[in-house]
Design a protein around this ligand. Structure first.
Ligand code: AMP
Ligand code: MG
Length: 321
């Protein structure tokens, strides 16, 4: 059974030393728990993919302590620096050209000439990174394709015995994964919506912000056009039905706002940040409830609601496995 330690200074030092020694450590960030390994170490990075059952073509995000450390790994344009200055530390991942002398395992970015880099804000993540004193590759600490973990208990439920140490820093405040912003092309493009919104990015760049085609929640105005195109991900075992007004027989209702009859409510007050923070934990709870399906209330598609709807659409997508 994997050892779970608290988030005191001594435990963070121990976690950092384990990472530096090539071991895998799960630790909290402000988004979700990460499954960390030394990003320079081929064996550690390969172990991350193996522990998650993650396909090797899906690249990992490298976590570092600050912009100076990030610039040793990737080429930062003036735009990239401005975005880092505004949003780091925080839930924004920047995809930039990889430096030839980055010293990062080629496995991390699945052979791509770019690198995805983030500086997390969570004090425990920062303490662990400082103690490790190396760039740390860290995808979400869950088996590939399943719901991301927002507590140490979630990590253990999915990866017990597959990770050397879990640092328990309580619940993650943001609750959905970082925004992934690709800066390798002409126009900054959001590859994955998250806590930093397109409007937030545009406010810094002053120009257009692209959106990679992502699944969207179906509504009367915008029905789900091609569900077959959606990569199943973030998926509970129970089927998920989106845009629901009410639960059908045998279904749980995951509500949002002032809906009657919700089994659980992401945010009775209709607060999107609260809903994001509750999303994965509530999906897990309902997944364990023996329901036929999880029906989910419509979520406004703005701000962090974009990220919630992206994850929900993938949770509801036809399962590949
Ligand atoms: P996760 O590690 O589960 O938080 O997922 C990381 C996300 O970042 C995935 O959607 C990856 O496809 C994306 N990503 C990581 N590295 C790159 C890269 N070099 N270029 C584009 N996307 C990336
Ligand atoms: Mg993930």
């Amino acid at each position: 059974m994997t050892e779970v330690v608290g988030a005191d200074a001594e435990s963070c030092r121990r976690a950092g030393a384990a990472l530096a020694a090539g071991r895998l450590v799960a630790f909290p960030t402000e988004t979700v728990y990460g499954l960390g390994g030394d990003a320079r170490d081929d064996a550690a990075v390969a172990a991350i993919f193996a522990a998650k059952g993650r396909p090797s073509f899906n690249p990992l995000i490298v976590h570092v302590a600050d912009l100076a450390a990030a610039e040793r790994l990737g080429a930062f344009s003036a735009t990239a620096r401005a975005l880092a200055a505004r949003f780091w530390p925080g839930p924004l991942t920047l995809v930039v050209p990889r430096r030839a002398d980055a010293g990062i395992s080629a496995l991390v970015s699945a052979g791509l000439p770019s690198l995805a880099i983030r500086v997390p804000a969570h004090p425990v993540a920062r303490a662990v990174l400082a103690a490790a004193a190396c760039p740390v590759a860290a995808p979400s600490a869950n088996p590939s394709g399943r719901v991301s973990p927002t507590t140490a208990r979630h990590v253990r439920a999915g990866l017990d015995g597959r990770v050397d140490l879990i640092v328990d820093g309580g619940r993650c405040a943001v609750g959905v994964e970082s925004t992934v912003l690709d800066l390798t092309g002409e126009t900054p493009t959001i590859l994955r919506p998250g806590g930093v919104t397109p409007e937030d990015v545009a406010a810094v760049t002053g120009g257009p912000v692209g959106r990679a085609a992502t699944p969207h929640a179906p509504s009367a105005a915008a029905p789900l056009l091609s569900p077959g195109m959606l990569a199943s991900h973030y998926a509970p075992a129970t089927p998920v039905r989106l845009g629901a007004d009410a639960a059908d027989a045998g279904e749980a209702l995951l509500g949002f706002g002032a809906v009657a009859g919700a089994t659980l409510n992401l945010s009775p007050a209709g607060d999107l940040a609260e809903a994001a923070a509750n999303l994965f934990a509530m999906l897990r709870q309902l997944d364990e409830g023996g329901y036929r399906a999880i029906a989910v209330s419509p979520i406004p598609d703005r701000g962090i609601g974009l990220a919630i709807n992206d994850r929900l659409a993938r949770a509801a997508a036809p399962r590949g496995d």
